[in-house]
Design a protein around this ligand. Structure first.
Ligand code: ADP
Ligand code: MG
Length: 356
């Protein structure tokens, strides 16, 4: 039940393909996040699910009921889908209470109580009921928009970049609150965002969108560790990407020999490691016999609890050129300063990327 199925959805605006053969299954009760850069088609896809936009071809169904196909279209107001658009879109000439109660068919005391209950569920103080939208902060406006959408008891909730207007601290708090709220209400949710850390944190299913196509979907941790290609790898976080020769489960590369999660043999490929998979140990000046890769710290970017270091691999023989630069994540307080000689080792498997 409550499974949303997208089958080969296509949509063009003139010559521009906004959605290109999009297929996805959204399980009941899941929090699915669609992440992609600006212009990749996220809003178009949400508007299509809500019923404000129609595909050129493809099919969309919810709980086995066809919402759209080549012969049939269920209008937006009959879909029981909640939609919070990118800008929240509150009615500026209505109070908070009137905005939230807008679509309710009940009246009088019953309506008053339902609105109060909805405000409470999104942690809005009851004294705000009489305020106007312009008297609210960005976070409060978002919560009113969410309460208004929840008022319809939707089968599915669509959230378009709901936290983008909020500052970093409030964003994380709102994200947790909204996730809990929707989970308690048992509402299947699709959230779209261009923010990768928000996507990784909110999702139990993550789908990456690029140029109108869903390029990869799955559990956030799997996508972070096993991205299909370099672009997806870099979109989801910092990555160290380098050429390697793959042989019998090992990658031979500038960092030496690293186990890989993919056993295609005897071929050249790009491999990827996340910066937190690289570890540094300090090297004493007279220490000549160390195994592994020697490197020098050339830059240190301190950001509190973590520190991103740029290290340059040292030539293995005097006649070799200076090696490649790598990003390494280290704990903020104990990171070696720029200029330090270090030894680089790796943790876990390297991931073999697909050819572009
Ligand atoms: P996102 O939400 O990922 O930023 P959108 O879905 O808003 O992307 O837009 C995807 C592409 O489709 C963009 O290039 C945008 O300019 C185009 N587009 C969206 N809506 C329309 C429209 N109504 N008419 C013409 N082009 C549109
Ligand atoms: Mg958008």
């Amino acid at each position: 039940m409550n499974t949303l199925e997208l089958h080969s959805l296509n949509k063009s605006y003139g010559a521009h393909k906004a959605l290109d053969n999009v297929s996805l299954s959204v399980p009941s009760g899941s929090r699915t996040v669609i992440v992609g850069p600006s212009g990749s088609g996220k809003t178009t896809l949400l508007r299509m699910i809500a019923g404000f936009e129609f595909p050129d071809s493809g099919r969309l169904s919810l709980n086995g009921q066809t919402l759209v196909d080549s012969t049939h279209e269920v209008p937006a107001h009959q879909r029981l889908i909640g939609y919070v658009p990118q800008d929240g879109a509150l009615f500026p000439h209505m109070t908070v209470a009137a905005n939230i109660g807008f679509g309710l068919s009940i009246k009088g005391q019953e309506k008053h109580e339902r609105v109060a209950q909805l405000m409470d569920s999104v942690a809005l103080d009851s004294t705000m009921a009489a305020r106007w939208p312009h008297e609210l902060s960005g976070g409060q406006q978002q919560r009113v928009a969410l309460a208004r959408a929840l008022a319809q008891r939707p089968r599915l909730m669509l959230l378009d970049e709901p936290f983008s207007a909020l500052d970093t601290g409030l964003r994380a708090v709102m994200r947790k609150m909204v996730a809990r709220l929707l989970e308690d209400a048992g509402v299947t949710t699709i959230l779209v965002t261009h923010d990768q850390s928000e996507a990784l944190s909110f999702a139990d299913q993550l789908a990456v969108m690029r140029h109108g196509r869903l390029v990869q979907s799955g559990h956030p941790l799997d996508l972070y560790r096993y991205p299909e290609d370099e672009q997806t790898a870099l979109f989801l976080g910092d990555a160290v990407v380098m050429p390697a020769r793959i042989e019998a489960g090992w990658a031979h590369c500038d960092l030496g020999r690293i186990p890989v999660n993919n056993h295609r043999n005897n071929h050249s490929a790009q491999i990827m490691l996340r910066p937190e998979q690289l570890q540094l140990a300090s090297v004493l000046p007279d220490d000549t016999g160390v195994a592994g890769c020697r490197a020098k710290v050339i830059d240190r970017d301190f950001s509190g609890n973590t520190c991103t270091l740029t290290v340059e691999l040292q030539p293995r023989a005097p006649d070799q050129p200076i090696g490649r630069s790598l990003l390494v994540r280290s704990s903020g307080m104990y990171a070696p300063p720029a200029g330090s000689a270090v030894q680089v080792s790796t943790i876990g498997h390297a991931h073999v990327l697909s050819e572009p």
